[in-house]
Design a protein around this ligand. Structure first.
Ligand code: EPU
Length: 420
């Protein structure tokens, strides 16, 4: 397994091109199942979860051509409507094929994702929503098995706000008969990006970006081209990194509008920001100040930035209190940050971070995607050498992170299995 070796203490200076958003690209790739025509996608990030999704779509019979950040997909016919356990267990977002398969082909068999490191993460709301649309849907032998002649529009209010749940139901509703209203819908920018692609394909959707999405079903969807929106979490991760190390970086191909709550917190920590139409410049010349925050659904502070801002707090001046409200077990990075000399205590879903003047390099283990990013940030700021093991977690969701960091002056290298 690859490892990352970081020699901390270098300031970051220079330019970073932000990749397309993982969490927009994943549902958008699955949306190709909704049409027999070609879907042309650009700005698709190069990372493991995208490879896994393309593998799953290929198994289902979706033809594909990939050239760098461009992907062409065509689902004229499918060979199978089954998403097997071997793939779903490695990536929960595989559940996103359920709605499209059922809506277009009338049947789907998708392995139930197991629990995952950051929490239980059930898919009951996806199932409940599709059942409300008339699907015959049951869980049997570890699979969600769904059938429907044609889905029927319905008013669906999910018990909690769910991002992929909203996406699955929105995709299914595009081909349903009649009108579907999704209440308590997620408002994330990635939902808007998916809706924009679906509209280009001929879907009739209104209200995306609000908590009430109205979809009027159509008979068929056609081909379209779409450029994936910028990754707001990658953007936020690099901004946390420069806030932790000091320096001056400019992020390109990004969108500050999608990062309101994150930018507010980084400003509070002392990062100076200059926002352009597609750029964000962040510069930092002081020790960060501790910032308390609470994760909530968009437009609140994202849970996907919690670990990275915690790493910043670990070296900040003062004490911060963090409340994680989305996932019940998303503090696995705490133990590892403490190995680097941080002083973090957890009580239920509250973490209290006492800022230390400095961290010291050590060997640590990545436990999930954003936890890995927090360890990279801490390693960049720490004195001495940090080795991060199990970085396959990082590769799932970041597009060539270490090369982007090297280009702005970080001393970071990948040790492949043979070297490690
Ligand atoms: N939930 C249920 N039942 C459901 C669906 C969700 O109980 O049927 C609960 C979850 O267990 C969780 C909460 O509702 O406690 C919110 O979960 P949500 O469904 O919104 O999460 P998700 O759709 O599985 C997406 C992102 C995550 C991100 C969350 C929250 C994708 C592919 N994944 O997950 O991204 O943390 O929304 O914003 O979009 C990441 O990129 O590192 C990542 C984990």
């Amino acid at each position: 397994m690859d490892k990352l070796r970081i020699t901390g203490g270098q300031r970051l200076n220079g330019d970073v091109i932000v990749s397309g958003a993982k969490n927009a690209a994943l549902p958008i790739l699955c949306a190709s199942l909704l049409s027999a025509d070609t879907i042309q996608l650009d700005n698709v990030p190069r990372l493991r979860d995208i490879d896994t999704t393309l593998k799953l779509l290929a198994m289902l019979g979706v033809r594909q051509v990939r050239d760098g950040a461009s992907v062409e997909l065509q689902a004229e016919h499918i060979d199978s409507s089954e998403a097997p356990y071997e793939l779903v267990k490695t990536m929960r977002a595989s559940i996103l094929v359920l709605g499209p398969l059922l809506a277009r082909f009338g049947h789907a068999r998708v392995s139930l994702p197991g629990g995952c490191a950051i929490g239980q993460r059930p898919v009951d709301q996806h199932i409940k929503g599709l059942a409300a649309m008339g699907a015959d849907i049951r869980v049997e032998h570890g699979f969600v098995i769904a059938e429907a002649k044609r889905l029927q529009g319905a008013t669906i209010r999910t018990d909690m706000i769910t991002v992929t749940g909203t996406e699955n139901l929105m995709m299914a509703a595009t081909l349903a008969e009649g009108q579907t209203i999704l209440e308590n819908a997620a408002r994330e920018p990635e939902i808007i990006d998916l809706a924009e692609l679906l509209i280009k394909m001929g879907a009739r959707i209104q209200g995306h970006g609000t908590d009430r999405i109205v979809i009027d079903g159509v008979e068929r969807l056609h081909g379209a081209q779409h450029t994936i929106c910028p990754d707001r979490i990658e953007t936020g991760t690099f901004l946390c990194a420069v806030a932790a190390t000091g320096g001056d970086i400019t992020l390109h191909n990004t969108n500050a509008d999608a990062l309101g709550a994150t930018l507010d917190k980084l400003r509070e920590a002392g990062l100076q920001l200059e926002l352009g139409p597609n750029t964000i410049r962040g510069h930092m010349n002081t020790r960060p100040k501790a910032v308390s925050f609470r994760t909530t659904e968009y437009p609140g502070f994202p849970t996907d930035m919690q670990a990275q801002l915690m790493a910043l707090n670990a070296i900040a001046d003062g004490t911060a209190s963090i409340v994680e409200t989305i996932f019940e077990n998303r503090y696995m990075h705490v133990q590892e940050l403490n190995r680097l000399g941080a002083d973090i205590e957890i009580d239920g879903n509250v973490a209290v971070v006492k800022g230390m003047p400095e961290l010291s390099g050590a060997t640590v283990m990545a436990t999930d995607l954003r936890a890995s990013a927090s360890l990279v940030i801490a390693g960049l700021a720490a004195r001495g050498e940090t080795t991060i093991e199990r970085i396959y977690h990082l590769d799932r969701g970041y597009d060539r992170m270490e090369s982007k960091l090297q280009a702005i002056g970080a001393h970071i290298e990948r040790l492949s299995k043979e070297q490690a």
